[in-house]
Ligand binder design. Sequence first.
Ligand code: NAD
Length: 267
Amino acid sequence: MSEFNGKKVLITGGASGIGKTMGRLALSRQAELVIWDIDQVKINATIAEFSTKGNVSAYCVDVSSPEQVKIFADKVKKEIGQIDILINNAGIVRGKFFNEHNHDDITKTMFVNTLAPMYITLEFLPEMIHRKSGHICNIASLAGLISNPKMSVYAASKWAVIGWSDSVRLEMKQLNTNIHVTTVNPYYINTGMFDGVKSRIPLLKTEKVAHAIIRAIEKDKTFLSMPWSMRFIRLCQGLFGVRGFDAIVGNMVGVYKTMEHFSGHNK
Ligand code: NAD
């Protein structure tokens, strides 16, 4: 069990969406909350909202910058102390066909979604290993298990996160560190990040996802896929093969058309 009570919890992208809701839930469990986000306006609003709920500090950090990650990790260690639970949650999506991307779209997506969780984890993991306690939670996506049009780079970034995150879990076990790693793969959530998406499978609710993630951390779960039925994705891919999976999940269930009217936060 990874308890939140009295623990220092760092959440990246913690000023909106599921990151913000997870922060509120961590505070309600008497954790000390540290938020990293790139959006100062949302940080200010979150701090104002959370000020009566517990001990919270926030830093305006661009996690896609390795330099900023280093500077702010040092600052957190000095001002707050060692982090017990790290939730790598910040993420972005461009939502267009691959041929419409430029280099900056690709680099930014890979930096925020994939490299930042690795860099940030490297900052806090050694001390966790030293103390033989800690929890790393990485927010990936079902897009890391299912290919999808208008999501190629986002999918690539999340496939990479899943492979990295679960390998670190195995390493921590092999090294007898008592550090737990949870990899989270949700379907679309109604946070606004994927506004415009049309899906026959209902969008997940922010509150429900955040609750499930916090519970998964408390229970030291290795994988959390949402909705529940999505834990069978790999089995279905093996059983149906690529063509069968494309026909059933992609075309019959309609997943491959979900991004057609994507607008994201820019709607
Ligand atoms: P959101 O857009 O509501 O929140 C993301 C937060 O990350 C924002 O506060 C934003 O300011 C911050 N952020 C973005 N770039 C940053 C940067 N460079 N440095 C620091 N902070 C940065 O999104 P959300 O829906 O809450 O998504 C949270 C996570 O869940 C993401 O990793 C996302 O990929 C993943 N996810 C989301 C969905 C969905 O449908 N919304 C589905 C599956 C997985």
